[in-house]
Ligand binder design. Structure first.
Ligand SMILES: NC(=O)c1ccc[n+]([C@@H]2O[C@H](COP(=O)([O-])OP(=O)(O)OC[C@H]3O[C@@H](n4cnc5c(N)ncnc54)[C@H](OP(=O)(O)O)[C@@H]3O)[C@@H](O)[C@H]2O)c1
Length: 291
């Protein structure tokens, strides 16, 4: 192994996205020291085995933040999953990063955070404002939706023959998590300066729910029909799939956002960054439905 050229920290490293980012950094950039910043180090044995430096880092325990950032040059701040708590949590991380002299924060925001009508966007928009206010150099990785978000609905649809949705004819530019992880690694390791850049990241080919139903039918060999439902009926259908009511509410808002074009992005930035088209939704469904 050659000389270490820089140190990159990844928050949420035991999460679904963070794990892939750490794996890619270790596989492709052995001369970068990778620091896995994790809420529970006991869950990170696999990351340590890959050669990552595992450090305890809890957004809700401010005393853990500044010490764990020592020596880190670039930080991937993966947005937390405690909806409603995230502006405060992210502010704590960003202020600690400033105090630690971090050279660049890459933050996983949401597509067109400034102007989007997506309900989930408020905390991302607020976090972007904190980044500006605190004054640390930052780059925005504004994410569209992950293909994986739709898998459980498609699995239920294959079983029932109906794919309920609340998105009208809205199109969705989803990409698999792994492609977003790859884009994050490309940005973190890019030779050209990233501070001040805003990357709107999304899948190469969009789909509607009618398209999703057609994919599900083709792959499963069973009839699947997409059905637009009004909000109360739609939320009830999601609850009937086993989801808690608050999740059904979030999904209804997400679908509504899609109906307004909030999940469609055709700028091609993701492709330019990862150097290829994103993996299609149909491939994600094939893997999930065929096991
Ligand atoms: N664009 C999309 O479609 C989409 C879909 C889902 C999520 N997201 C967003 O993208 C983020 C990453 O997605 P994901 O699929 O990797 O989600 P995930 O698996 O839920 O990962 C979230 C990570 O945040 C960590 N975390 C939560 N609270 C924390 C705290 N107080 N201190 C330190 N770490 C904390 C979790 O730690 P533990 O491992 O200890 O639980 C986990 O590692 C999510 O958190 C969410 O903001 C986007």
């Amino acid at each position: 192994m050659g000389e270490i050229i820089e140190t990159v920290g990844v928050t949420g490293a035991t999460g679904a996205l963070g794990r892939i980012v750490v794996q890619l950094l270790r596989e492709r950039h052995p001369n970068i020291r990778t620091v896995a910043l994790v809420r529970d180090p006991a869950k990170a044995a696999d990351l340590a085995a890959l050669g990552a430096d595992v450090r305890a880092f809890d957004y809700d325990r401010p005393e853990t933040l500044r010490p764990a950032l020592a020596g880190i040059g670039k930080l991937l701040l993966i947005s937390g999953n405690a909806v409603g708590e995230r502006e405060r949590q992210h502010r704590a991380v960003i202020e600690a990063a400033r105090d630690a002299g971090i050279g660049l924060i890459a933050y996983t925001s949401v597509l067109r955070a400034g102007e989007t009508t997506l309900a989930i966007a408020a905390e991302h928009k607020a976090t972007e404002a904190v980044l500006r206010e605190v004054g640390v150099p930052f780059v925005l990785l504004r994410h569209g939706w992950y293909c994986e978000n739709y898998v459980f609905r498609v699995q239920a649809a294959v079983a029932s023959g109906t794919l309920p949705h609340h998105a009208g004819a809205g199109r969705i530019s989803a990409a698999p998590r792994a492609d977003f992880a790859e884009a994050a690694v490309a940005v973190l390791t890019a030779p050209e300066p990233q501070a001040g850049k805003v990357h709107e990241l999304a899948g190469s080919k969009s789909f509607s729910f009618a398209d999703l139903a057609a994919m599900a039918a083709r792959i499963s060999g069973k009839p699947v029909e997409a059905v637009h439902l009004a909000k109360p009926e739609f939320e009830a259908a999601i609850v009937a799939m086993g989801m808690p009511a608050f999740v059904a509410g979030l999904i209804a808002k997400s679908d509504h956002g899609a109906s307004e074009g909030g999940l469609l992005e055709e700028g091609g930035t993701m492709e330019r960054i990862i150097g290829r088209l994103t993996v299609p939704m149909a491939d994600v469904l094939k893997a999930a439905l065929r096991g």
